[in-house]
Design a protein. Structure first.
Length: 417
């Protein structure tokens, strides 16, 4: 509790992880904000996204010089969050603009060019209620003297992604919104930015039995951009994937796996809590679905991975998912119905066994990267490193089913839901 840069006894988690101020040349940025907010303030850090530092540096006006963006809560107006733009002119940093936020907390900050003019817009998600699943998205664009102007009205969303959905070489804004009392269905909306105005290009309904769209990924295949939106089920024990693309025939976006008659997206629903990924390393996104592999340990699930082809899901690979240890282990198609699985709660080692011979085919064991040395684990091979872990694989002694060294080295893929 007394470690780190803050030596007072903290009363909350937020206090314990207080933002770190700039140092060296950038200390002048803090001085600029100090001079502006003379009544005192507390810095706010976006809690999600790529930009999660006290001060974010980005060229917001296209002049080849980075400005600094800071979010803070003024001491004389508690419960609010402001956004400050700090610019360096003649070797002096100065607050050139202060924007009243649309919430009391900052969820995320992003920069993307959706106007096609070569200058990025700012996408800020505000939170009215801390840790809410809904966020208020505000879009800002730089104008004269690097001043930011808000584009249109703020929109309540759960998540968003920016991609060239229409394939016109200009990116669009794709929003995902949860269902509510006034809207029984969740939905996705696609917006373009034209002449400083957000224009709705199309929308589509989505399964409303979700609490959030946790991971969004875009893929361009054969000239068509598809967005894969992994959503957490409202029961807390399931997931589904919505696939959204631009439908030229009807000039709007579509979600082909959503069933309008039932209001459900069944084909991509699953109990396996893992997001889409390129499971077979072919450059295409694969969707996980449940597979019945017989009796498995509580910690292990079998997954049938499928790729989207012409709006049909086609099998690509099988794997075992160990969500607790954040990895999947690939199982060749010819093996999937010939194996049994055990899991050691003490060592976290998962063993894949030949049902017929009762012998080990291979095993996987995660160990902390900080403590791993090869001599401690004879017979194991370190095949993957991620999230502070080394994933070790050991070849078994089964002669009937034996993976080649090349197959064994590509068996494990880490996940990060």
């Amino acid at each position: 509790m007394f470690s780190g840069c803050n030596f007072r006894i903290s009363s909350s988690i937020d206090d314990l992880i207080s933002p770190v101020s700039p140092f060296g040349d950038n200390a002048d940025i803090k001085k600029a904000l100090d001079n502006y907010a003379k009544g005192g303030y507390s810095l706010k850090i976006p809690r999600s996204g790529k930009y999660i530092t006290s001060y974010t540096f980005f060229d917001i006006d296209g002049d080849k010089e980075e400005e600094a963006i800071a979010f803070y809560e003024p001491s004389d107006n508690l419960g609010t969050t402001n956004m400050s733009v700090i610019k360096k002119t003649d070797d002096t940093w100065k607050v050139i603009q202060n924007i009243d936020g649309d919430g009391r907390d900052i969820y995320s900050l992003d920069f993307e060019d959706i106007s096609g003019d070569g200058v990025s817009e700012l996408f800020v998600c505000w939170d009215v209620i801390s840790n809410s699943s809904n966020h208020i998205l505000s879009v800002y664009k730089s104008g004269k003297e690097s001043k930011l102007g808000k584009i249109g009205e703020s929109i309540t969303i759960n998540n968003f992604i920016i991609a060239d959905m229409v394939n016109d070489k200009t990116k669009e804004l794709l929003l995902f919104e949860l269902g509510s009392a006034s809207a029984s269905s969740a939905k996705a909306e696609l917006y373009s930015l034209d002449k400083n105005k957000l224009e709705l290009l199309g929308e589509t309904r989505l399964d409303s039995h979700v609490t959030s769209y946790s991971v969004l990924k875009a893929e361009n295949t054969d000239g068509t951009t598809r967005v894969y939106a992994d959503a957490l089920g409202s029961d807390g024990e399931s997931m589904l994937t919505e696939i959204v693309y631009w439908w030229d025939k009807y000039d709007t976006i579509a979600s082909p796996y959503y069933d309008y008659s039932t209001g459900l997206t069944k084909e991509t629903a699953r109990s396996a809590m893992v997001s889409c990924l390129d499971i077979d390393s072919d450059g295409k996104i694969d969707v996980p679905t449940d597979y019945d592999a017989g009796k498995l340990p509580e910690q292990v699930r079998a997954v049938d991975w499928k790729v989207n082809k012409n709006m049909l899901l086609v099998h690509t690979a099988y794997s075992l998912l160990v969500q607790k240890d954040m990895y999947v282990a690939l199982i060749p198609d010819e093996m999937i119905d010939k194996i049994s699985v055990s899991y050691n709660l003490g060592t976290h080692e998962m063993s894949v066994i030949n049902k017929s011979t009762k012998k080990l085919i291979y095993s996987v064991m995660p160990v902390l990267k900080a403590t791993y040395t090869a001599d401690k684990y004879p017979g194991y091979r370190n095949v993957e490193e991620a999230s502070g872990y080394c994933y070790l694989v050991k070849q078994g002694n089964d002669s009937e089913i034996k993976l080649k060294d090349k197959e064994l080295s590509k068996t494990v893929k880490s996940i990060n839901n």
